[in-house]
Design a protein. Structure first.
Length: 227
């Protein structure tokens, strides 16, 4: 199956398409992406197996539809941020709201798709496109909010924001009682430190370690040397 054929999706608003996407979320969380069939999706959506193909040509197309729907929700949050006078505060509120509204089911689905991406090139390509788009937006936004020339927006996203956001989702998926609020508050504090240039980057840690080894002062911490 080619990537183009696998992710072909008919455009245009459709209540039935939304019903299918809702059914897909239920089935993927319950059975996993790999074990879910198009027949399962049709049954969950209350339609015939043949009819579902009028809306989505494959499971990969359904996943793309889910990604586009999530992207639409994300764009709504971004538009709210752009209208806000306090863009820094708006960014923090977006992160807080995103994780407050995230359900265990949505986190399980995300983790399952990450796993499927290791086996399915079409899913991997879709996730890579989404990751690239998100990184571009976050790096540009962080750079515009920086309050110090020492802020490395790319490193702040790559080494702090992105891995910690993924970690929160994984915990939400694996631990039913997990409350993301404290982790999100910690994430926001790290972003504030990074924007002010007070968060060591991986390259700084590496250089600092080399300096400590050569100076014979291993007790001097990275955070102390960055002040």
């Amino acid at each position: 199956m080619s990537a183009g054929a696998a992710i072909e999706v008919k455009s245009g608003p459709s209540a039935k398409r939304q019903d299918i996407l809702d059914a897909a979320e239920t089935c993927f969380v319950r059975n996993g992406f790999h074990r879910t069939t198009m027949q399962d999706l049709a049954r969950q959506a209350g339609m015939t197996a043949g009819n579902i193909y009028h809306y989505f040509k494959s499971k990969e197309a359904v996943v793309l539809g889910l990604a586009e729907r999530e992207r639409g929700h994300g764009m709504t949050l971004v538009e709210e941020m752009e209208r806000a006078g306090d863009r820094r505060g708006a960014l923090m509120r977006i992160l807080e709201r995103y994780f407050a509204q995230a359900t265990r089911e949505s986190a399980v689905l995300r983790v399952d798709l990450w796993s499927e991406a290791t086996r399915n090139p079409d899913i991997a390509a879709m996730i890579d496109r989404g990751e690239t788009e998100a990184r571009l937006w976050f790096v540009e936004t962080l750079a515009s909010l920086a309050t110090s020339p020492a802020c490395d927006a790319a490193a702040l996203y790559d080494e702090t924001l992105n891995p910690l956001m993924k970690g929160i989702l994984v915990n939400l998926a694996l631990r039913p009682a997990f409350d993301p609020a404290p982790a999100v508050a910690h994430l926001c504090a790290l972003i504030e430190a990074g924007l002010a240039g007070r968060l060591p980057t991986a390259s700084f840690v590496s250089e600092s370690g080399a300096l400590q080894a050569s100076s014979g002062h291993p007790s001097r911490t990275v955070l102390e040397s960055s002040r």
